[in-house]
Ligand binder design. Structure first.
Ligand code: 3PG
Length: 391
């Protein structure tokens, strides 16, 4: 596909789709700037090249056809102005054209307020396309959505290119999954097998080791015939878990299961944590973390891995008493020479909590997009860029 870095942007009207969908609290304060930090170099590069820069993004899920203050990109425009050393205008009415000077950056208001955005409407896609000479798709976090600003516009823009952030994400994920240094180890955790079954099935054909954690692990523990007491578990998916284990065996992939767990009588920060062997969980107990023996053996695998893909905390790390498993794995990833990649909202919160941001080789800005890539699905925005490039 064409990359932004291949193009001469000077004096061109450049429309950049970013994913600036950041969490904002009740006081209008941005609570994590990870996505903004990741998009900033692209915006600066276009500005420094003398482009007339228009930044397009969604924020949250407002209703189309009306203005919604709570979903306004105003805090984002202010943040960008700060970082660029010059106020950044937020333009609310832009579908019929925007005046931007060369070297200027403006933010266009939340594209999900435009009628037709969600259903990838052709008329809206053409309006976006008419705003620019060059459209840059850089929103990896939204590349799994076939919407007018991520997909439709690529078909009609005079020139469509992949931005540096999107390219970096695809390169890092490609390096981890398509051309990995072995052993390739994946950590897939989170509350439900049901939301990650496709992911587990796809990964089992690629990885050397798969570590499951959280509610997902509970369903695997149940599949081994052990009681999980009061734990979060999906009895309907015990057979699916057995099938993943059988597939793994057939393909020579290892799926180590916990030998010990941390249990508590209730889901709360102050609940008493007890470590016990995995086959001794009783009625009324909930598994809230992996035990120390298990964490140690997983950490040893991570130390020897060539590539680590991490999605999901292995315990309820928000509560310190149930965070040791996640912390041990986080520190093992940080210390491992493996090429490591982490993605997903909870995973990034854990990365931040344990302060290993600079020790993970690549931190993805994608939540759903990261998962769909791991599931082996083609992202619609990437498919559209390829189609434009005749691939
Ligand atoms: C995300 O936060 O995962 C992306 O910004 C996509 O948001 P969406 O799930 O509302 O499409």
């Amino acid at each position: 596909v064409t990359r932004m870095s291949d193009l001469d942007l000077h004096g061109q009207r450049v429309l950049i789709r970013e994913d600036l969908n950041v969490p904002i609290d009740d006081h209008g304060r941005i609570t994590s700037t990870q996505r903004l930090d990741a998009a900033l170099p692209t915006i600066k590069a276009a500005r420094d090249a003398g482009a007339k820069v228009m930044v397009l993004s969604h924020l949250g899920r407002p209703k189309e056809g009306q203005f919604d203050e709570a979903s306004s990109l105003a805090p984002v425009a202010t943040w960008l102005g700060d970082k660029l050393g010059k106020p950044v205008r937020l333009v609310r009415d832009y579908l019929d054209g925007v005046d931007v000077a060369p070297g200027e950056v403006v933010v266009l208001e939340n594209c999900r307020m435009n009628i037709g955005e969600g259903k990838d409407d052709e008329a809206l896609s053409k309006k976006y396309a008419a705003l620019c000479d060059i459209f840059v798709m850089d929103a990896f976090g939204t590349a799994h959505r076939a919407q007018a600003s991520t997909h439709g516009v690529i078909r009609f823009a005079p020139v469509a290119a992949a931005g540096p952030l999107l390219s970096a994400e695809l390169d890092a994920l490609g390096k981890a999954l398509e051309n990995p240094a072995h052993p390739l180890l994946a950590i897939v955790a989170g509350s439900k097998v049901s939301t990650k079954l496709t992911l587990l099935e796809n990964l089992i054909g690629k990885v050397d080791q798969l570590i499951v954690g959280g509610g997902i692990a509970n369903t695997f523990i149940a599949a081994m015939g052990h009681s999980v007491g009061n734990s979060l578990v999906e009895p309907d998916l015990v057979d699916a878990a057995k099938k993943v284990l059988a597939d793994a065996k057939r393909r020579g992939a290892e799926v180590p299961l916990p030998v010990d767990v941390v249990v508590a009588p209730e889901f709360s920060a102050n609940a008493t944590a007890t470590v016990k062997p995995v086959d001794q969980v009783r009625d009324g107990e909930m598994i809230l973390d992996i035990g120390p023996e298990t964490a140690k053996s997983y950490a040893a695998l991570i130390a020897k891995a060539g590539t680590v893909v991490w999605n999901g905390p292995v315990g309820v790390f928000e509560f310190d008493a149930f965070g040791k498993g996640t912390e041990t794995l986080a520190r093992a990833i940080a210390a491992s020479p493996a090429f490591s990649i982490a993605g997903g909202g909870d995973t990034l919160a854990a990365v931040e909590k344990y302060g290993i941001e600079h020790d993970v080789s690549y931190i993805s800005t994608g939540g759903g997009a990261f998962l769909e890539f791991l599931e082996g699905k083609e992202l619609p925005a990437v498919a559209a860029l390829k189609a434009r490039a005749g691939q």
